[in-house]
Design a protein around this ligand. Structure first.
Ligand code: UD1
Ligand code: CA
Length: 452
């Protein structure tokens, strides 16, 4: 494939979204929709231009870190043709195909774009347009073919005659142009149409007038070209993307009991033989190992779950790491910054924040553990509270290996429980507990048998 210059149009107002946020930053599959366009072209483009307008700074910020991007501002949104004109210099400096696509079509596949460019090059076309057939083509530009089945022109809905409106083949908005011919066609655009805009689609009629060939590349999967204009489209795209993602995981050997109620973001990775129960959300950059069981009714975001982990009903895990063979839930809340090492447990109604739970250690029931480091093979009794906050500051608690914390203990941080230490039920620990020592009472003191 020759080097391709990609131009992504993302300057539109997105009025129909009725939103304070620019359309291309609305999320689909857990990512802003403009990211799909940028990522789809990254593999084959020598350079990518993103045309920005409304909230351009936010779009720029959202795409920070992506390679080979150039942002150009379209100050006034005078139409798709006008948007492409903003990249005039880049087009002039490029010898090879120019791919134009929109920031609001997140369901397009990279393979489709690659095929479009291949067809364009094989046919030596002036322009190749990605098209599809729609039972209800309302709102889209219609493809007018000539006798030889090339595209003669594209007519926008608002400018179409009654006859033209009956045409079911529509313009996806994705076109591949010869760079020199695109420049020439752009220079000849006008805005004499129903919307008073410079339409990119008018370049097609111009190229025909010059005796050039415009080739339609017709695809069957009309879902790919859904352009998101309003919130109904957004929900539809979300549903389609979700089922695509679920299918990919099922192909890879993941069991999804009910794909209709399983919500997995596009960047999630899941190992073979893991089972996902219904009503589960797996979001962001989450990685789940093999042979794990998740759900039902769980939510996991930006976390790493090891192999053979069991996450029971109604558990929430954010920005944390759960080691292999660990058990979480039911009703556990693992807040950001937690690490459960292998074979650890955070059981029913346990809340964990910014804490490490060592190998084989267990917090089986009804506890709050915040800012703690817990060693190995330690047991934290039911109802234990790590009082990490004195109203002004937060402090750390350290609990050693093979410690036994009695039910209903309060550990007032900062405090340290040495290896093998024990606390009696209901004790309030305010001072460090040395290794192998048992403390009881309020405030907790060294356990003395004579007192009993
Ligand atoms: C456009 C096409 C139509 C096609 C449809 C497919 C034109 C004239 N019409 O219509 O043939 O069937 O897409 O979805 O091209 N944009 C800018 N600057 C502007 C105007 C638009 O950057 O001045 C961007 C928008 O942000 C959007 C894209 O271009 O990402 C398409 O604009 P939109 O207004 O949604 O075009 P449609 O009316 O959907
Ligand atoms: Ca659109």
């Amino acid at each position: 494939m020759n080097k391709v210059l990609s131009i992504i149009l993302a300057a539109g107002q997105g009025t129909r979204m009725k939103s304070d946020k620019v359309k291309v930053l609305h999320h689909v599959g857990g990512r802003p929709m403009v990211h799909y366009a940028v990522d789809n072209v990254a593999g084959f483009s020598s350079g990518t231009v993103v045309i920005i307008g409304r909230q351009g700074d936010l779009v720029r910020e959202s795409l920070k870190g992506k390679a080979n991007l150039k942002f150009i501002e379209q100050e006034q949104q005078l139409g798709t043709g006008h948007a492409v004109m903003q990249a005039r210099e880049e087009i002039a400096g490029h010898d090879g195909p120019v791919l134009v696509l929109y920031g609001d079509t997140p369901l397009l596949r990279e393979e489709t774009l690659r095929e479009l460019i291949n067809v364009h090059q094989e046919k030596k076309a002036a322009c190749t347009v990605l098209t599809t057939m729609l039972i209800d083509p309302t709102g889209y530009g219609r493809i007018i073919r000539d006798e030889a089945d090339y595209i003669e022109k594209i007519v926008e809905e608002r400018d179409a005659s009654v006859e033209e409106k009956k045409i079911m083949e529509i313009n996806s908005g994705v076109c591949c142009f010869d760079s020199n011919l695109l420049l020439e066609a752009l220079a000849n655009l006008d805005n004499k149409n129903a919307q008073g805009e410079y339409y990119l689609t008018d370049t097609i009629a111009y190229l025909n007038e010059q005796g050039e060939k415009v080739f339609p590349y017709l695809i069957d999967d009309f879902n790919e070209i859904i352009g998101i204009n309003d919130r109904t489209h957004l929900a539809r795209a979300e549903r389609i993307l979700r089922s695509r993602i679920n299918e990919k995981h099922m192909e890879n050997g993941v069991t999804i009991i009910d794909p209709a109620t399983t919500y997995i973001d596009s960047e999630v990775e899941i190992g073979q033989d893991t089972i996902i129960y219904p009503f589960t959300y797996i979001e962001g950059k989450t990685i789940i190992g093999r042979n794990s069981i998740i759900g039902p009714h769980c939510r996991i975001r930006d976390s790493e779950i090891g192999e053979a982990v069991n996450i029971l009903d109604h558990s929430i895990i954010f920005e944390s790491k759960i080691g292999a063979k660990s058990n979480v839930g039911p009703f556990a809340h693992i807040r950001p910054g937690c690490l459960l090492e292998v074979e650890a447990k955070a059981g029913s109604f346990v809340e964990l924040k910014n804490s490490t739970v060592g190998k084989g250690s267990k917090i089986p029931h009804l506890s709050y553990v915040g800012d703690a480091v817990i060693g190995q093979d330690t047991n934290i009794g039911a109802g234990t509270i790590f009082a990490n906050y004195d109203g002004e500051k937060k402090y750390q608690t350290q609990v050693g290996d093979k410690v036994f914390i009695g039910s209903n203990t309060t550990l007032v941080s900062p405090v340290k429980i040495g290896d093998g230490g024990k606390t009696g039920a209901g004790s309030v620990v305010t001072k460090d507990v040395p290794e192998g020592t048992t403390v009881v009472g309020v405030p907790a003191r060294k356990f003395d048998r004579k007192e009993r």
